[in-house]
Design a protein around this ligand. Sequence first.
Ligand code: ADP
Ligand code: MG
Length: 151
Amino acid sequence: MMRKEFITRSPEETISLAEKFGKYLHAGDVLAYLGDLGAGKTTFTRGLALGLGLKDLVTSPTFALVHVYGQPPLQLCHFDMYRISDENELETTGFYDYDLKESIFAVEWSENILSALPASAIRLTLERISDEERRIILETKEAERFADFRA
Ligand SMILES: Nc1ncnc2c1ncn2[C@@H]1O[C@H](COP(=O)(O)OP(=O)(O)O)[C@@H](O)[C@H]1O
Ligand SMILES: [Mg+2]
């Protein structure tokens, strides 16, 4: 397991970090966010979309459960699992419907669906340090792929 830790000091810094991070991702990746309300998961996803070259503005999928940006062969499926507590409910989100081979899944509240995540999932833990500071921890089994990734 590789672990890298970053501190951002504004939403813009989180977006910039995520934009760089997005360039390391490809279809088939599952990004599992861990972290509380307001930690910056949706803000990070906004930068991720920019890094993937997707122009649409990312907004929270709280009510829709999933927002999809772009289209195959590379779409970003942004899930919010806040209200999901078992695998039957997970079906209602489309988690099993979108073709992961043509998608990147970015999953907020992945705490709620840990057993359904692939073992290869890339973990991003976001922690609020103060109003404007966030700690962002990357954990991945693919040390080589992310070796050069820096803020
Ligand atoms: N360094 C930072 N990184 C990300 N968001 C920040 C930061 N500092 C302040 N914020 C604010 O924190 C909030 C994060 O909200 P959001 O991204 O929706 O979080 P989540 O999706 O984890 O609930 C936003 O209002 C954002 O402006
Ligand atoms: Mg959110």
